[in-house]
Design a protein around this ligand. Structure first.
Ligand code: DX5
Ligand code: ZN
Length: 221
C-alpha cells in the first residue's frame, strides 16, 4: 500500500464547551489538520450537540478546515446554513435517501462533499458516489456519542475503499471516526486510512501536541 501523509482531525465533541475558542487555538498550535464538528439532531442519532450558530462563532478563530459531520435527518434544508456558517467539508450519512442531490447541492455551495458510513452499513453503498467525494468517513462506533470503544469490523471497509481509490486514482481522503487511540491507530492506518478523527484520546491526553504527533506517527514500520 502506498503511504499518504496522515492528517489528524480532533473532534470538538470531547472538548470543554465553555472554552471552545481556547481549545481551538491549542489544537492549531498542537498540529491539528482539520477541526471535526459533530452535529446531532436527536432524531438521526439519540443525542443533541451543535448547530450553525456555534460553528459560525468559531469560524473566525482558525484557518483550519472545518470538517462538519452531519448526523441529522432531514439534511437538505440545513446544507445552506452549515455552508454559510463556514464549514469546509460537509459530510452526510450514506444511509440517507437522495444522496445524488445532496452531493450536488454541497458542491454548488462551494464545499467539499463527504459521505459517512455507520459500522453496520455495507461498503458497497458508497460505490456509486466515490468519484464525486472529497472525504469518506468510516465510523468505527455507532454515531451518537463520544468516548465509545473502537470496533474492528469496519477495518475491512477501509481496506476495500483504499484499494479502489488507489486503483482508480481518486483524490478522496479516507477518514476514520470513533474510539481512535494510539493502540488502534496503527491498524487503521495500515488498512489504508489517511485521516484520524479523535476526540476523547486527544482531549484527555493532557498534552495535545504530544498526542497529535504520536497519532500522526502511528503508522507501523
Ligand atoms: C460519534 C462522533 C465522533 C466521536 C469521536 O458520533 O461522530 O466524532 O465523537 O469521539 P471519540 O474519539 O471520543 O470516539
Ligand atoms: Zn464525527
Amino acid at each position: 500500500m502506498q503511504k499518504r501523509p496522515i492528517k489528524i482531525a480532533p473532534s470538538l465533541l470531547a472538548a470543554d464547551f465553555s472554552k471552545l475558542g481556547h481549545e481551538i487555538a491549542m489544537l492549531e498550535k498542537a498540529g491539528a489538520d482539520w477541526i471535526h464538528l459533530d452535529v446531532m439532531d436527536g432524531h438521526f442519532v439519540p443525542n443533541l450537540t451543535m448547530g450553525p450558530a456555534l460553528i459560525r462563532s468559531l469560524r473566525s478563530l482558525t484557518s483550519l478546515p472545518f470538517d462538519t459531520h452531519l448526523m441529522i435527518d432531514p439534511v437538505l434544508p440545513f446544507l445552506d446554513p452549515f455552508a454559510k456558517a463556514g464549514s469546509d467539508h460537509i459530510i452526510v450519512h450514506v444511509e440517507l435517501e437522495g444522496l445524488t442531490n445532496l452531493i450536488k447541492k454541497i458542491k454548488e455551495l462551494g464545499k467539499k462533499p463527504g459521505l459517512a458510513i455507520k459500522p453496520g452499513t455495507p461498503v458497497d453503498y458508497l460505490f456509486p458516489y466515490l468519484s464525486d467525494l472529497s472525504v469518506i468517513l468510516v465510523m468505527t462506533v455507532e454515531p451518537g456519542f463520544g468516548g465509545q470503544s473502537f470496533m474492528d469490523g469496519p477495518l475491512d471497509k477501509i481496506r476495500t475503499l483504499s484499494k479502489i481509490i488507489q486503483e482508480k486514482e481518486l483524490d478522496v481522503d479516507i477518514a476514520v471516526d470513533g474510539g481512535i487511540t494510539l493502540d488502534n491507530a496503527p491498524r487503521v492506518l495500515e488498512a489504508g486510512a489517511n485521516v484520524l478523527v479523535a476526540g476523547t484520546s486527544i482531549f484527555q491526553s493532557g498534552d495535545y501536541g504530544q498526542m497529535i504527533g504520536a497519532l500522526k506517527n502511528a503508522y507501523p514500520d
